[in-house]
Design a protein around this ligand. Structure first.
Ligand code: ADP
Length: 414
C-alpha cells in the first residue's frame, strides 16, 4: 500500500510517501518556516536520487500541500504519475487527549473529537487538523488515519497520570499527564523486542527518546505505565531548548520579578531553556560536546545536568517496575552519541546496566539496531533507530485493511 504520511509541526511540514509492502520510503518532503517571509521547500525522490528545492512567499500549510501534490504528478522523477496511486494518508496528530487510546480512521465524528483536543496542543494540533481538512478536500476518496503521539501512553494508571492538584482541574480542564513521542516509544519498544528475540508482551523496558525534545517511558508488557513528558511536552528531562521539570513556583516568581507576560514566560521555558539556556549559545548536542572538550565550563555543566536527569529518570522508573529487561536508546542523541551513552550508563552499572565500550562505539554501526551491553549484563542496553513515519504508515495500512493497528506483528518494520 502507498501511504502519504503527513507530519505537521508548529512551523514545519514533513511528508513521506511510504510503500508499506516493501517498507520503503519513496519520497521525502520538508516545508520549513511556514508562514514566514520565505518558506523553504525541499523535495527528494529517493529511487531517482533527485532533490528539488523551491521557495514560496509567506506560504500557508495548505499551499505547501498543494505544491507537493502538484510536484508529485508533474515532476518526471516522481515515483507516481497520478494522485490516484496514493492509497491512504496517515496523519501525525500530537494530542488525542483522553478521546483516543489508539490510531483511528478519520470520519466526521472522529474529526470533531480531534478538534476538541486542539486546546491541549495549541501549537501542534491546529496545523495537523488543517492538513486533514485540506486533504479531505483535495483527495476526498482517499482514507485518512490519525496516529496520536499521546495514544500509547493512555495505558498509564491514574497514580501515574494524575497531578496532586485540586480534582476540579482534572474534571473541568482535563489537566493530567498525557506524555508524547508515543509513536516513537512504541516503535522503539517493538524494535528492542525483535533484537532481544522475545515477544514485547513478556518484557519490561525503559525507552529513552533523546532528540531535540526528549522523553523517557516505562513500558511493562508492551504498555506504557509512565512517561516523563506531562500535560505538555515541557515536562520531564532537560531538553534542547525546554527546561523539563522545574519547581513550578519559579514560574510565578520570575513572572513577578521580570513582569513577564504568559506568552513571554512560555517562550522562556520552551525556547530559551534546557541545553541552550545553560550554554547560552547552542542547543545542538554535537556542538556542546565539542565546546566542553575545548574547556567551556557551561557546556560541561549542560552535559552533566543532561546526563544526571536521564540517570535519575531511568533509576526512578526501574524502582517502579517489577522487571526490567532492557533500556532502549533512540532519536538523534540516543542513536548517535557514543559519548553521552557512555556517560549515562557509567552511572547505572551498579543497577545492572553494563555497557560494552566497543559495542557502544558508533563507528560502522550508525543506523544499525544493536545490543550494546556486555553479554552478562543483567539488564540489556539497546540502540534502535526510530522511524515514526514508518510506524504511522504501517498503522494506516492496518487500519485501512481493518486490522489491529496497535499490536502490529513483530516483522511489520524493516
Ligand atoms: P528532532 O527530530 O527532535 O529535531 P533529533 O532526533 O534529530 O531531533 O535529534 C537532534 C539532536 O541530536 C541534536 O541535539 C543533535 O545535536 C543530536 N545529535 C545528532 N547526532 C549526534 C551525535 N553524533 N552526537 C551527539 N549528538 C548528536
Amino acid at each position: 500500500m502507498l501511504v502519504l504520511v503527513i507530519n505537521a509541526g508548529s512551523s514545519t511540514l514533513k511528508c513521506q510517501l511510504i510503500e508499506t509492502d516493501g517498507k520503503i520510503s519513496r519520497m521525502k518532503f520538508l516545508a520549513d518556516r511556514i508562514g514566514a517571509e520565505q518558506t523553504d521547500l525541499t523535495l527528494r525522490f529517493l529511487e531517482a536520487g533527485v532533490k528539488r528545492k523551491a521557495a514560496l512567499e509567506k506560504a500557508s500549510i495548505e499551499e505547501c500541500l498543494e505544491w507537493l501534490l502538484q510536484a508529485l504528478v508533474e515532476d518526471e522523477a516522481s515515483p507516481i504519475s497520478s494522485l490516484g496511486e496514493i492509497d491512504a494518508i496517515g496523519n501525525r496528530v500530537v494530542s488525542g487527549g483522553e478521546h483516543f487510546d489508539r490510531s483511528i480512521l478519520i470520519d466526521d465524528e472522529a474529526l470533531s473529537l480531534i478538534k476538541e483536543c486542539e486546546i491541549l496542543a495549541p501549537l501542534h494540533n491546529p496545523p495537523a487538523d488543517a492538513c486533514i481538512d485540506h486533504m479531505r478536500k483535495l483527495l476526498p476518496d482517499v482514507p485518512q488515519a490519525a496516529v496520536f503521539d499521546t495514544a500509547f501512553h493512555q495505558t498509564m494508571p491514574a497514580k501515574a497520570y494524575m497531578y496532586p492538584l485540586p480534582m476540579r482541574y482534572y474534571e473541568q480542564y482535563h489537566i493530567r499527564k498525557y506524555g508524547a513521542h508515543g509513536t516513537s516509544h512504541r516503535y522503539a519498544a517493538q524494535q528492542a523486542a525483535n533484537l532481544l528475540g522475545r515477544p514485547l508482551e513478556d518484557l519490561g523496558l525503559i525507552t529513552c527518546h533523546l532528540g531535540s525534545g526528549g522523553s523517557i517511558a516505562a513500558i511493562n508488557h508492551g504498555k506504557s505505565i509512565d512517561t516523563s513528558m506531562g500535560f505538555t511536552p515541557l515536562d520531564g528531562i532537560m531538553m534542547g531548548t525546554r527546561s523539563g521539570s522545574i519547581d513550578p513556583s519559579i514560574v510565578t516568581y520570575l513572572m513577578r520579578r521580570e513582569n513577564l507576560s504568559f506568552d513571554e514566560m512560555d517562550a522562556v521555558l520552551n525556547k530559551e531553556s534546557g541545553v541552550l539556556g545553560i550554554t547560552g549559545i547552542t542547543s545542538d548536542m554535537r556542538e556542546v560536546l565539542q565546546m566542553a572538550k575545548l574547556g567551556n565550563g557551561n557546556a560541561q555543566l549542560a552535559i552533566d545536568m543532561y546526563v544526571y536527569k536521564i540517570q535519575k529518570t531511568i533509576g526512578s522508573y526501574y524502582a517502579t517496575m517489577r522487571r526490567l529487561d532492557a533500556v532502549v536508546m533512540t532519536a538523534g542523541i540516543g542513536e548517535n552519541s557514543t559519548e553521552l551513552r557512555e556517560l549515562i550508563f557509567a552511572g547505572l552499572a551498579h543497577m545492572g546496566m553494563i555497557l560494552d565500550k566497543e559495542r557502544n562505539d558508533v563507528s560502522g554501526a550508525i543506523g544499525m539496531n544493536r545490543i550494546i551491553s556486555i553479554d552478562d549484563s543483567p539488564i540489556k542496553i539497546c540502540v534502535v533507530t526510530t522511524d515514526e513515519e514508518m510506524r504511522i504508515a504501517r498503522e494506516t495500512d492496518a487500519l485501512v485493511n481493518g486490522e489491529d493497528a496497535t499490536n502490529l506483528p513483530a516483522d511489520a518494520f524493516a
